[in-house]
Design a protein around this ligand. Structure first.
Ligand code: HEM
Length: 443
């Protein structure tokens, strides 16, 4: 590409764009994105650049990836989650990624399909015809259960407590006020106290989980991820200490359930708002699966379900923003930037570019027909990020989203309840401001 266009985001004297952003972060970014390929934002303490061109996003995430680290949002997570795949950097990250990657090989993921469907069927047993379901909560419990069984073999008794603690962590980190005013953290607020309590609890629970496994010895019956982490040896023969294993377990647990639960919840809501798409999905399910339980072989055949999941992640990307910070000065789109520059690649805005997605606000699963995802410019659509830090769980998540959607939609029609109003809350992930409640009708 030639020289990238540059603009400044709307700002006021002294406070820059802070008030605009806090009022409605997503609307604010939508206003900024059409201004230029690169838009300078000003939040007093921080001056991020919003990237609105897929080729520039590719430059940052892939071609020049070595010059960037994750941003302060990721670094702020380190005291809680430690240095697992999501938060670590450099040679240490590379070594851990190489070690963990085999757990996500295609054949291995296919083996998780039965667990995914079985757990969904079990969860659905509790849904009564006509009942109002707290769908986001239900999906969080379900995906937490699945990732634990898939990656750690069994379900620890404390699973739901871990999920509840992580919920508090994500809630606190997603608050833009804490990001723009980090000193809030030192105030004697109930929220801060609760945050410190759950951090300590998380540490204790996961360490207990690991020491229990260590006691069973290396020759136990497990061949899951936890067993792999405990058995892994460095070139010098040394193994991971408990802290390193704890960090990877916590990160995989968090990254492995939160985003998938959101993807499914948003999908179910968007289907409720778009009855023709819901009907088309049911027709496909009737034709491909009929009355039997969905299996791994159905996954590839459920084409429309794939379109639905892709379209839902376009409009409501669970990872709505990816941040990077430059290690050294760099060129981008013909412009020079200093070390320390903060860049935002936001799937929320890139997925709304009318050049690539006509009628961008419409939920149109049909747009994915004819392999749109293969025809789009690279990084016009990036729900799983890209480059070396691309989501390790991408295939796991697609299989989980399609199979869970199939199993649920085969048995229930879900209609979003009139209240509470459904609205996105851009925390670290794209959550629900007031939850998601849906009325379930048996099919
Ligand atoms: C719909 C579901 C999911 C979405 C939308 C999603 C999205 C993402 C994105 C965008 C990134 C890159 C972040 C960045 O570049 O800053 C990422 C990284 C990651 N994801 Fe996912 N993810 C999903 C499901 C999963 C699952 C199921 C797992 C594990 C079981 C997982 C584990 C991870 C890990 C460990 C990383 C860090 C990888 C690294 O840096 O090496 N994710 N995810």
């Amino acid at each position: 590409m030639g020289i990238a266009t540059v603009a400044r985001g709307p700002a006021l004297p002294l406070i820059g764009s802070t008030a605009h952003y806090l009022r409605n972060p997503l609307r604010f970014l939508e206003q900024c994105a059409p201004l230029a390929d690169l838009v300078a934002l000003d939040f007093i303490r921080y001056q991020p650049w919003l990237i609105n061109d897929p080729a520039l996003a590719e430059q940052v995430l892939v071609k020049n990836a070595a010059n960037f680290t994750k941003d302060m949002f990721a670094r702020e997570l380190i005291p809680v989650l430690g240095e697992g795949l999501l938060t670590s950097e450099g040679a240490f990250w590379k070594k851990q990624r190489r070690l963990i990657q085999p757990a996500f090989h295609r054949e291995r993921i296919a083996g998780y399909a039965t667990t995914m469907v079985e757990q969904t069927l079990r969860a659905l047993e509790g849904w009564r015809d006509g009942a109002t379901i707290d769908v986001h909560h239900a999906m969080m419990s379900l995906t937490a259960e699945i990732v634990t069984r898939a990656l750690f073999g069994t379900v620890a008794g404390d699973l739901h407590e871990i999920a509840a603690c992580l919920d508090v962590v994500m809630d606190r980190f997603g608050d833009p006020l804490y990001t723009l005013l980090p000193s809030l953290e030192r105030l004697p607020l109930e929220r801060n106290r609760r945050f410190r309590t759950v951090t300590a609890r998380l540490d204790a629970i996961v360490r207990g989980f690991i020491s229990e496994r260590r006691e069973k010895g290396p020759s136990g019956p497990h061949d899951d991820l936890l067993a792999m982490l405990l058995a892994a040896r460095d070139e010098d023969g040394s193994s991971m200490d408990d802290k390193t294993v704890r960090d990877e377990v916590l990160v995989l647990f968090l990254a492995g359930h939160e985003t998938t639960a959101l993807s499914l919840s948003w999908t179910l809501h968007l289907l409720s708002e778009n009855p023709p798409a819901a009907r088309a999905l049911r027709a496909e399910l009737d034709a491909v699966v009929g009355g039997r339980t969905p299996t791994v072989d159905d996954f590839a055949k459920l084409t429309y379900a794939h379109h639905v999941v892709r379209e839902a992640m376009r409009l409501r990307p669970p990872a709505w923003a990816l941040g990077r910070v430059a290690v050294a000065p760099f060129e981008l789109g013909g412009h020079h930037f200093d070390a320390g520059t903060w860049l935002w690649v936001t799937p929320w805005t890139l997925h709304r570019n009318p050049k690539h997605f006509p009628e961008p606000e419409q939920f149109l699963p049909e747009r994915w027909e004819g392999d749109l995802h293969k025809r789009l410019p690279k990084f016009a659509y990036l729900p799983f990020g890209g480059g070396p830090r691309v989501c390790i769980g991408q295939q796991f998540a697609m299989m989980e989203s399609v199979l869970l959607l199939a199993t649920i939609a085969q048995r229930f029609e879900l209609r979003t309840a009139a209240t509470p109003v459904v609205a996105p809350h851009p925390s670290i992930t794209l959550r629900f401001k007031h939850g998601l409640h849906m009325v379930a009708t048996k099919r």
